[in-house]
Ligand binder design. Structure first.
Ligand code: CA
Length: 258
């Protein structure tokens, strides 16, 4: 069974919180309710949700302050946050977005509007994992057809290695910590040891053969997929403009006739 997207609802007005939770459940989400910032931090520390609905006015620490602190930390930086508030002032909206919220919804809101906003935020935030072809140097990955090739030679890559490679290619030339890789590739790093990343990196390098050298270990930091020094056609000066090329959609899901 597919895992339902977890939504953390941080809202101290229980009637509103319950109403939101019921609607989320009916629409294919798995909500968790908390009523203050402290409980919200505990939940997020335990497991990263797919999205946070965050009330502005909370007892104790405010929603804005919470959003700001989540955005400052590597592990929580990318969680989509939708702010809920009774304020409709334009300057408040700006303040909420400045704090790192992805969007903003003013109470009272309709369930329809809330769901539409949630879906829009998730769409914007979720990296395209289908129908997308990424090319880094001579390495090419097509997530629609599930193919990886190097210099036009097809390579066999396992499912986890494929996801890992996809992330590394889409974020090439940047160093990623093991924690970041677990969050972005595995979804949550709480229940998996960081050592797991090393195991899959090793497998990925083996699967890539010659191109395995492109995956660099950065001592004390993590891993990086780099084309610099590994591709005769690319000089350092060409980076990054020429190094990473998003080729775009080749096949759409409903376009099976070809
Ligand atoms: Ca409130």
């Amino acid at each position: 069974m597919r895992k339902l997207p977890r939504v953390l609802v941080v809202e101290d007005e229980t009637a509103i919180a319950e109403l939101i939770a019921v609607n989320l459940r009916h629409n294919g989400f798995a909500p968790t309710l908390v009523f203050d910032a402290q409980a919200a931090r505990r939940e997020v520390d335990a497991e990263l949700p797919e999205l946070i609905l965050l009330d502005w006015m909370l007892p104790g620490e405010s929603g804005v302050s919470l959003a700001r602190s989540w955005r400052q930390h590597e592990r929580t930086r990318h969680i989509p946050i939708l702010m809920l508030t009774a304020r409709s002032d334009e300057s408040d909206k700006v303040q909420g977005l400045d704090a790192g919220a992805d969007d903003y919804i003013t109470k009272p809101f309709s369930t329809k509007e809330l769901l539409a906003r949630i879906r829009a935020v998730l769409r914007r935030r979720t990296p395209a994992t289908v129908d997308d072809v990424v090319k880094v140097g001579d390495l090419m990955l097509d997530s629609a057809t599930y193919r990886v090739s190097h210099s036009d030679r097809e390579l066999k890559v396992g499912p986890t290695e494929f996801k890992l490679l996809h992330f590394l290619m889409k974020n090439a030339e940047r160093v990623h910590t093991r924690g970041t890789l677990l969050d972005r590739v595995w979804g949550d790093h709480v229940f998996i040891e960081e050592r797991t990343v090393d195991v899959h990196i090793k497998r990925l390098r083996e699967a890539l053969g010659d191109a395995g050298r492109m995956i660099e270990t950065v001592r004390g930091a993590g891993y990086r997929l780099s084309v610099i020094g590994h591709s005769p056609q690319l000089a350092r000066a060409d980076y990054p403009a020429a190094a990473v090329l998003h080729v775009g959609t080749l096949i759409s899901p409903d376009n099976s006739a070809s």
